[in-house]
Design a protein. Structure first.
Length: 228
């Protein structure tokens, strides 16, 4: 009986690994079909569309779309919906994709053009971080904080190439900044240059300029290939 239970557990694990591997590969191909470059936007799912930060996310989505930059989000409500709606309104005709996770009860927001859903958070985080050329982080809860800190860790440890990371909302993120400078830096868990991995601002134009300037060479290279 014990051996049968162990065998059953191994088979279940094998099928789970195969399933998540398939989902990541499938997600990769879906992302590659999206016009490049791409920028991932993180933020809280509970934000109302009338919230100031949601309005800023909508405006940023518009600017990115007009510049030919695709928007990648978790595909849900709140900040994700605002960014998707900004990117895909009729005037812009931009591209966006949402990557959801089962069991959250959020569903697909009405503006995201492409959407698929995964079983696991880590698979979604992999796809949201590995293939984008820049990252914008709006205020959010545990999930947003998890995404931000993992992103910072991956870049600091050189598991991801250096890419622009912009935090929107000085008032919201200031306690986090104070904690980093006073406690984390004070105890030497990070060094001064680790605080330079990201930029904190309230200025949507500044946020756009940072990611757009980084994406410009990618867009130029793409134009050259398209003309051949």
């Amino acid at each position: 009986m014990f051996l049968l239970q162990r065998l059953g557990g191994c088979i279940s694990l094998w099928f789970s690994l195969m399933r998540v591997s398939y989902q990541i590969v499938y997600g990769y191909f879906r992302l590659q079909k999206l016009p490049h470059p791409m920028v991932t936007i993180f933020g809280g799912a509970r934000a109302l569309q009338t919230d100031d930060y949601a309005e800023l996310a909508h405006e940023l989505g518009q600017r990115l779309a007009k510049a030919g930059i695709s928007v990648v989000t978790g595909g849900g409500s709140g900040i994700m919906e605002a960014a998707s709606c900004g990117a895909t309104n009729e005037k812009n005709g931009g591209s966006s994709i949402g990557i959801g996770v089962k069991g959250l009860g959020e569903g697909q927001n009405p503006c995201v053009k492409e959407y698929f859903i995964l079983d696991y958070f880590f698979a979604r985080r992999w796809l949201l971080t590995r293939y984008s050329d820049g990252f914008i982080v709006f205020p959010g809860g545990y999930g947003t904080l998890d995404e931000l800190t993992e992103l910072l860790t991956l870049i600091r440890t050189k598991k991801l190439p250096v890419s622009p990371i912009v935090l929107i909302g000085i008032e919201y993120w200031q306690p986090f900044m104070d904690w980093l400078k006073k406690e984390v830096l004070g105890h030497r868990f990070i060094i001064e240059e680790h605080l330079e991995i990201f930029v904190l601002t309230d200025d949507i134009q500044e946020a756009f300029d940072i990611v757009h300037d980084f994406c410009r060479p990618i867009m130029s290279e793409k134009d050259k290939k398209d003309k051949k």
